[in-house]
Design a protein around this ligand. Structure first.
Ligand code: B12
Length: 210
């Protein structure tokens, strides 16, 4: 079995120790960090997403896989940063008020970090004012908001309004996502972009920063 395959299997199995061992072995074999990320860790995580949709994996499996991916990614980070040279930009990430779902937000953050962005993670259940305060204090160029409940989607719009009221709306680009969120909703509330998954979120962030 090659290194990428063992990383892939380790993430699918939710085996953090094997994922780390696989990443170490792959790096020692001089595989490029971005290849390890894309063909090992991310490929496995998208298979986890597929298995979840097929009802073959459930939340606990998804959580341990995400954790295994995260532990592998931690080892890759210094190499990815090296390859990326210049930091690509600063992004504030958070799951909106009332919403505790953070797996998708964390995946998006990890992928953005892998692509060289600096991430300021406000966590979950983030009130509109907390986003505004973070923009003021941290001088980020982009806000990424996540919502997994139809009942918390309005908090995205409330956050945009709070930024407008604080005179900060033109200082940041806003991207949104989460299972119930659509492109149409993003346009309706005046966000700058929507993306349905973590890898397209990286493309979106890059295009927002022009
Ligand atoms: C895991 C889970 C939970 C976990 C969350 C654990 C955690 N730490 O996140 C727990 C068990 C706590 C939970 C609780 C609840 N949940 Co829940 N949960 C889920 C479940 C099964 C999976 C969500 C998930 O992690 N998916 C995997 C990730 C990788 O996908 P994702 O989040 O969509 O993220 C991807 C994209 O959307 C996108 N993305 C996400 N965020 C962002 C942000 C940006 C900026 C961008 C660009 C992209 C982007 O990229 C991500 C990666 O590809 C969903 C079912 C589903 N199909 O979504 C229900 C679901 C979201 N939950 C639901 C409900 C109802 C609840 C509860 C109200 C249940 C209850 N009665 O208590 C509570 C609410 C708690 C709260 N206040 O938030 C409903 C929502 C229904 C609705 N229409 O609103 C769902 C859809 C289940 C269902 N079919 O009924 N839940």
């Amino acid at each position: 079995m090659d290194h990428l395959e063992s990383i892939y299997n380790a993430v699918l199995d939710g085996d953090a120790a094997s994922a780390q061992a696989g990443v170490k072995a792959a790096l020692a074999a001089n595989l490029p960090a971005d290849v390890i990320l894309k063909n090992g860790l991310i490929a496995a995580m998208s298979e986890v997403g597929r298995l979840f949709e097929e009802n073959e994996y459930f939340v606990p499996e998804m959580l341990v896989s995400a954790r295994a991916m995260q532990s592998g990614l931690a080892l890759l980070k210094p190499y990815l940063a090296e390859a990326g040279a210049e930091p690509a930009g600063k992004i504030i990430m958070g799951t909106v008020k009332g919403d505790l779902h953070d797996i998708g937000k964390n995946l998006v953050s990890m992928m953005l970090e892998g692509a060289g962005f600096e991430i300021i993670d406000l966590g979950s259940d983030v009130a509109p004012q907390a986003f505004v305060k973070a923009v003021q204090e941290r001088q980020a160029q982009v806000i990424g908001m996540s919502a997994l409940l139809t009942t918390t989607m309005p908090s995205m719009s409330a956050t945009i309004k709070a930024l407008e009221e604080a005179g900060m709306r033109d200082k940041v680009k806003i991207m949104i996502g989460g299972a119930p969120v659509t492109d149409g909703f993003a346009k309706q509330i005046g966000a700058d972009g929507f993306s349905p998954d973590a890898s397209s979120a990286v493309r979106l962030a890059k295009s927002l920063l022009g």
